[in-house]
Design a protein around this ligand. Structure first.
Ligand code: BGC
Length: 420
């Protein structure tokens, strides 16, 4: 296949960016915001130990060593500034946007439905539609109402019905303004960070908790998808599946087998349970992993501000593999990098577009690309110093500035949309 294919995307292709409520909205009250206040000081104290080897350290250390970095607080105040942010989507000629509905806002106490918050999200989705931007709505993006976590959260299968009821109700409220729905964002990442590594609330490290949460999230997707389809079969439902590309670094038998096994556990354990309950597949891609023996040792020729190995072109292999296995149309629901200086984002996007095109030329049905993220945002346990935004946010003034790569990407999108 040629090295630089001609870029030609379908007429209805979704070009956009993604966010999640807790990371941008500001002033949320959920299990994460509670945890942040309890842990900010210790996170700041440990920052040097964890991050002094990342290339961006000298630039970010001041922020990373400050406890305020670890409190989402106002975040990007997107809850109030969303119209200004939608203007930015339009400036980049985008026709799609992924956001999440914050469950803790619409049902702050069990059974108590906050009509103002519901109205907010209805207006929000309607405003996107009015601007010709297709909303892609996420129902669970790592944050949960405190009352739900007090009951044991997703560790308990008997709690799943609460999530299904919330999903059904909010989709009825949003009505025909939406079509694409992500029930659960990256179920394995949530289960792994929160219940295996213990990095995220509720900081558990037990095998059984992890196992139960992983399975219960697959079950939650299945139940929520059924409830949503019951409202209307027109809704297109999926999870957002995080996927890395694992490849052997040499020809050794062990490297090949390890890469295969890692790929299987990462992608297929959950997908085998949920794929038949998906209308499309949401795919999040950030990383590739080179495997030597049973260890990961990636080349790291280029790394992000977080030290992640940058291999954007490998998105092609991720898409091809998922297509071969699950035969579903796909939407890239997240893809991007922490790059505060905007040194690599344009290169990353170029390589990604080429990888996507090659996958499509090989038969993959790709329906959209949503960059992570529209705005700089609150990067979970790392706080605000990693900068994933196409748009830079000054957290003091809330001023938004399109990064040079975003201006460039906007032109490319225009060109690709006009080419049809
Ligand atoms: C998550 C986002 C996160 C991004 C970058 C994804 O795993 O869905 O919430 O900000 O990765 O780390």
């Amino acid at each position: 296949m040629q090295d630089k294919p001609k870029l030609k995307f379908p007429k209805k292709f979704l070009w956009g960016a993604a966010t999640a409520a807790h990371q941008v909205e500001g002033k949320t009250h959920n299990q994460w915001s509670v945890w942040e206040l309890e842990n900010a000081k210790s996170k700041a104290a440990q920052a040097e130990y964890h991050y002094d080897d990342v290339p961006s350290w000298s630039r970010v250390k001041h922020q990373a060593k400050s406890p305020t970095n670890y409190v989402s607080g106002q975040a990007a105040d997107h809850y109030h500034r969303y119209e200004e942010d939608f203007d930015l989507l339009q400036k980049m000629n985008m026709n799609a946007f992924r956001f999440s509905v914050e469950w803790s806002r619409v049902e702050p106490e069990e059974g108590a439905w906050n009509v103002e918050a519901v109205e907010h999200y209805r207006t929000y989705a309607r405003e996107l539609k009015r601007r010709g931007i297709e909303p892609v709505v996420t129902l669970f993006h790592f944050t949960l109402p405190v009352w739900f976590t007090v009951k044991g959260g997703f560790e308990k299968r008997r709690n799943v019905h609460h999530f299904v009821e919330f999903s059904e109700r909010i989709i009825r409220e949003l009505g025909t303004d939406i079509r694409f729905i992500i029930t659960v964002n990256e179920p394995e990442v949530y289960a792994f960070e929160s219940y295996w590594l213990g990095n995220w609330p509720p900081n558990k490290t037990g095998f059984y908790s992890w196992w139960r949460v992983t399975n219960n999230l697959a079950y939650a997707h299945k139940k929520a998808a059924a409830a949503i389809h019951n409202i209307n079969r027109r809704y297109k439902v999926s999870i957002a599946k995080n996927s890395c590309y694992f490849y052997p670094g040499d020809d050794a038998w062990l490297s090949r087998v390890s890469a295969h096994v890692m790929q299987y556990f990462q992608d297929d354990y959950t997908l085998r349970k949920v794929a038949k309950h998906c209308d499309f597949l949401g795919v999040n891609y950030y990383l590739s992993n080179r495997v030597y023996g049973y260890r990961i040792h990636s080349p790291e020729e280029k790394v992000s501000d977080l030290g992640w190995d940058l291999a954007p072109a490998s998105i092609q292999y991720v898409l091809e593999r998922l297509h071969d296995k699950y035969h579903l149309p796909m939407i890239i629901c997240e893809n991007g990098l922490a790059d505060g200086e905007d040194n690599e984002r344009q290169w990353w996007l170029t390589q990604t577009l080429i990888g996507m095109q090659k996958a499509m030329d090989g038969g993959v049905e790709l329906q959209g690309y949503l960059h992570w993220s529209l705005l700089d945002n609150f990067e979970w346990d790392k706080g605000k110093w990693p900068r994933f935004g196409l748009v830079a946010v000054d957290y003091k003034t809330q001023q938004r500035t399109l990064r040079p790569s975003a201006i460039w990407f906007g032109k490319i999108i225009k060109h690709l949309r006009e080419g049809n």
